[in-house]
Design a protein around this ligand. Structure first.
Ligand SMILES: CC(=O)[C@@H](O)[C@H](O)COP(=O)(O)O
Ligand SMILES: NCC(=O)COP(=O)(O)O
Length: 248
């Protein structure tokens, strides 16, 4: 298998660090530029409703300066829809959000909220954005995503990564089997398949090796790793690990 797997670098946590002190540093836009120079195919940024990391000004700056596609992550709210329709980023990835959560805890419940989400994504598609739904690797979610007109699904890899990190090898294997089966189902239904959340150098290889997966979005680990080895090197190593897994 030789198809190049795209890497989207999520810069949320550069903004987390900036916001810890207020002010302008470290600058997420600079991180985005460096990520692109280091081999990122796209930039991902999540404008949370509480603006805990990425801000409206960050999104505006990314739209003005990015030379690669922006994957704009947002909740399915009227406020976020208006922002997306104003900027018209390359991709809009709709994610579930709970204000009190530490990070995105699960996938969007597309199966239960199908009618509302169908109405919600239609204008985004009409505006030329690729609509992606961030979902668990679960058959009803994937079938509904396809039925309501999403072009892309991003499979949540958090449960797999958590099981791996906690040494629950059997659970990690089960989660990986689920990702494998559901990536195939999504592709069969004509959906473009992405994956992400919590991926590291250790957990990325089997996900990168899934032939249906064409894009990985990775952030928290890379920004953490950048503290020790620098952002270009952290990203270059991720590319190397992904490409090695893809070749085998
Ligand atoms: C949707 C997703 O998995 C992440 O891209 C998202 O950005 C997570 O939110 P935090 O970055 O706030 O943890
Ligand atoms: N959608 C997943 C993403 O953008 C990155 O998630 P993480 O690597 O920050 O956990």
């Amino acid at each position: 298998m030789t198809d190049r797997l795209r890497l989207g670098v999520n810069i949320d946590h550069v903004a987390t660090l900036r916001n810890a002190r207020g002010g302008a540093l470290p600058d997420p836009l600079r991180a985005a530029r460096i990520a692109v120079q280091a081999g990122a195919d796209g930039i991902t940024a999540h404008l949370r409703e509480d603006r805990r990391h990425i801000t409206d000004a960050d999104i505006e700056g990314l739209m003005e300066t990015l030379t690669v596609p922006l994957n704009f992550e947002m909740a399915a709210t009227d406020e976020m829809q208006a922002i997306a329709l104003h900027h018209r980023p390359h991709a809009v990835c709709i994610v579930p959000e709970k204000r009190e959560e530490c990070t995105t805890e699960g996938g969007l419940d597309v199966a239960r909220d199908d009618n509302r989400l169908a109405r919600f994504i239609a204008p985004l598609r009409d505006a030329g954005c690729r609509v992606s739904l961030f979902i668990a690797a679960d058959r009803p979610q994937i079938e509904t995503a396809s039925r309501i007109g999403a072009q892309v699904v991003e499979l949540h890899t958090g449960a797999y990564c958590d099981a791996h990190a906690e040494g629950r090898a059997d659970d990690a294997a089960d989660e990986l089997a689920r990702l494998t089966e559901m990536a195939a189902l999504a592709a069969d239904l004509g959906l473009e398949v992405h994956a992400g959340h919590g991926l590291t150098y250790d957990t990325v290889p089997p996900v990168a090796a899934l032939p249906q997966v064409v894009e990985l979005n990775i952030g928290h680990f890379l920004i953490g790793e950048a503290v020790f080895r620098g952002l270009p090197d952290a990203i270059a190593e991720m590319r190397r690990v992904m490409e090695t897994a893809r070749r085998h």
